[in-house]
Design a binder for this molecule. Structure first.
Ligand SMILES: Nc1ncnc2c1ncn2[C@@H]1O[C@H](COP(=O)(O)OP(=O)(O)O)[C@@H](O)[C@H]1O
Ligand SMILES: [Mg+2]
Length: 316
């Protein structure tokens, strides 16, 4: 399983889910009763507050939440026939917030009672597909077992399908996934993630998978302003801040970096800030006898950013 490389902004502030028993939920007749009993609104509010930008995504999440709340009320009046299909596809470039939003989605699904546990298991092809004959089915089933009761997040899902290789074991994993997505959808939600164009191609070759996806969310790239705000939030969370002039230098950095290869949106912001902190530490480390006060230890100065390669060689 992949080591989680994500960080959930403000996750510590998530209020514990109300332990409204199934009976209490089953008596709800108004939207407000479902909201109060599930406490799903606090997750929506946090999504709104903690994540910069992403307006279309936030709206889609609210729409999905509304659908589920109404579905609950329908169930309570004996109207719903079967578990709704909730499998989703999150497309977008790296660092646009797909994993972060998937974690929140898992929590929303849990609070509304669509999955028992609400955890998220993030995997890639290597976690599902074996190298040798007979290895793939047990690997895939093991992952599915871990994800039951929560969300299975398959990053770069299109790598499961390798048309150039006739006997690729990925196909076996896809077939098992399809079965589980159909038969156990009351206990497992699958989110496929990756680049939009590759996902579209993948779906064309795998219409069975495509038809089981109920919601497609496309994550836009962030603008410089948004990346700058994201940087501010990341720094605040880590008890750092930009000193005089550093914010402008960071904007300049973003404007140069955004057009370069391998730019990865908010992830590149996180990495750039990590490197700036390293430089700040080296700078402070060299002044062996100076008393370092709180301001010294929390401030990133322009020099900590200007040492970046982006400024040394702007054409590369
Ligand atoms: N809108 C946002 N506001 C604040 N932080 C964000 C936002 N989007 C992404 N991040 C942060 O950027 C990093 C990468 O996000 P992630 O969800 O892993 O992106 P993806 O899965 O699309 O590659 C994480 O540390 C995440 O917390
Ligand atoms: Mg991710």
């Amino acid at each position: 399983m992949n080591a989680p490389d994500y960080h959930i902004p403000g996750s510590a502030a998530v209020a514990p889910a109300a332990d409204a028993g199934p009976d209490e939920m089953a008596s709800a007749r108004t939207v407000n009763e479902v909201l109060a009993q599930s406490q799903v609104e606090s997750v929506l509010d946090e999504l709104e507050r903690d994540l910069v930008g992403l307006a279309p995504i936030k709206q889609r999440i609210r729409d999905i939440a509304a659908l589920l709340v109404i579905d609950k009320l329908r169930i309570n009046l004996g109207l719903a026939a079967e578990a709704p299909s909730l499998h989703m596809c999150f497309t977008g470039n790296p660092g646009t917030g797909k994993t972060t939003v998937a974690l929140r989605m898992a929590e929303i699904l849990h609070r509304l009672g669509y999955v028992r546990k609400g955890h998220l298991v993030a995997v890639t092809r290597d976690d599902l597909v074996g190298q040798y004959i007979g290895h793939t089915a047990p690997k895939t089933r093991e992952v599915l077992k871990k994800a039951m009761g929560g969300v299975l997040f398959i990053d770069e899902a299109y790598y499961l399908y390798r048309p150039e290789n006739e006997r690729d074991y990925g196909q076996e994993a896809i077939e098992i996934l399809l079965q589980v997505m159909e038969n156990q959808r009351d206990d497992l939600v699958v989110i496929l993630a990756g680049y939009k164009d590759r996902m579209d191609t993948f779906f064309k070759s795998n219409p069975g998978l495509s038809s089981r996806i109920a919601h497609h969310l496309d994550f836009p790239d962030y603008a410089v302003d948004e990346l700058s705000q994201i940087a501010q939030r990341m720094l605040t969370q880590q008890h750092y801040h930009f000193g005089d002039g550093a914010e402008d230098v960071f904007r300049d950095y973003l404007e140069r970096r955004i057009g370069q290869p391998h730019f990865a949106n908010a992830r590149s912001v996180r990495n750039a800030l990590d490197r700036a902190r390293l430089r700040q530490a080296s700078r402070l480390f060299s002044e062996r006898d100076r008393v370092l006060d709180k301001a010294d230890l929390t401030t990133l100065v322009p020099a900590d950013l200007l040492a970046s390669r982006v400024f040394q060689n702007p054409s590369s």
